[in-house]
Ligand binder design. Structure first.
Ligand SMILES: Nc1ncnc2c1ncn2[C@@H]1O[C@H](COP(=O)(O)OP(=O)(O)OP(=O)(O)O)[C@@H](O)[C@H]1O
Ligand SMILES: [Mg+2]
Length: 323
């Protein structure tokens, strides 16, 4: 496999809150290689967004980031605000659920994309404008020349998300982080946006991290999956292994709660995600796990190989890998 363009090691994020320190990310490792699409899945609050906001240098001052995030050979943890500004949008871009938050309502779409280009590249206004139109075409916007002259409110939700993708890829970043990019869109449009992201990944060799709570979305487009629970990666598997041979009890829970053909009812995971101000000792999932034993309370389990997967469950081998 190609060497990873983004390499995260033992990343920890702690927020200082009025109720005390909240450790949202508790030591995660993650690699993404060029041209690869990796998923990060997990319930709300598991630390998906915070991990990548940390990598982008976008967390508030109340956050302390430790560990290592190396992008294309450069260490980002501890990098200055100036360095991070030069990296964001050039080497690594992030898109979010709500495209409007990334667009300026009073500027034309084409002008916003050309501004993004000229912020990082020496380009004439004219060259940037024509590249902006090309980018709109790449992300599948019809009549891109006319559309470039319109404002965000003249676009539908799906078309706006395409525009945001065009902006994010304008400077051919090595890494694109897509945080729930389709959650706000209806199902047909969701599929189209995933296709656009896939096309970008294939055409430009971009490494893509797709953050989602929806395993259904992952199944369509990703090669590898990182399952997060309570600020840790608890399972890392190839896409087929995740669905056919999930190794962590939490992954099985996620699969059982997924709607699928033939299921007469969904089986939600019992209980609630832990309060991250006071996570349980040992394996954080043990309070909800059908297989938990006393040993699960002793020490946070590390990822271990099981079959083709990596799993952070001390009982994975005993409990077996079938659903
Ligand atoms: N600015 C902040 N200050 C304090 N705590 C925060 C802050 N941002 C996030 N958190 C906490 O960090 C934890 C992880 O949040 P995060 O947003 O990464 O979850 P997520 O996995 O992206 O969830 P979702 O699926 O809802 O987007 C949560 O417990 C959240 O409450
Ligand atoms: Mg999130």
């Amino acid at each position: 496999m190609a060497s990873p363009v983004l390499q995260i090691r033992d990343l920890k994020v702690t927020f200082s809150t009025p109720l005390g320190p909240l450790v949202a990310v508790r030591g995660i490792d993650l690699d993404v290689s060029a041209g690869e699409m990796t998923a990060v899945v997990g319930e709300s609050g598991s630390g998906k967004s915070v991990s990548f906001l940390a990598a982008m240098g976008l967390l508030p001052k109340s956050a302390t980031v430790e560990g290592s995030v190396v992008l294309d050979g450069q260490q980002l943890v501890g990098a200055s605000a100036k360095v991070m500004r030069s990296i964001r949008g050039r080497l690594m871009s992030m898109i979010f659920q709500d495209p409007l938050s990334a667009l300026n309502p009073v500027h034309r779409i084409g002008a916003q994309i050309s501004e993004m280009l000229r912020a990082h590249q020496h380009m004439t206004e004219k060259a940037a404008r024509s590249r902006a139109v090309e980018l709109l075409e790449i992300v599948g916007i019809p009549q891109p020349g006319d559309r470039a002259l319109q404002y965000p409110h003249e676009f539908s939700g799906g078309m706006r998300q395409r525009v945001v993708i065009a902006m994010a890829i304008a400077n051919s970043p090595k890494v694109l982080i897509a945080d729930e990019p389709t959650t706000a869109l209806d199902v047909t449009v969701q599929a189209q946006i995933l296709e656009v992201i896939q096309k970008v990944q294939a055409q430009f060799g971009t490494a893509v991290v797709l953050i989602t709570h929806d395993l259904g979305v992952v199944a369509r487009v990703c090669e590898r999956v990182n399952v997060m629970y309570a600020g840790r990666v608890v399972e890392r598997s190839g896409i087929h292994d995740v669905f056919d041979r999930p190794t962590h009890p939490y992954t099985r829970g996620l699969l059982a709660s997924l709607p699928h053909a033939g299921a007469d009812r969904l089986v939600p995971i019992v209980g609630f995600p832990p309060n991250m101000l006071k996570p349980p000792s040992g394996c954080a999932f043990r309070t909800r796990c059908l297989h938990a034993v006393d040993a699960c309370g002793h020490g946070i389990p590390e990822l271990q190989p099981i079959g083709e997967s990596m799993t952070a469950c001390v009982r994975a081998k005993e409990v077996g890998v079938s659903t």
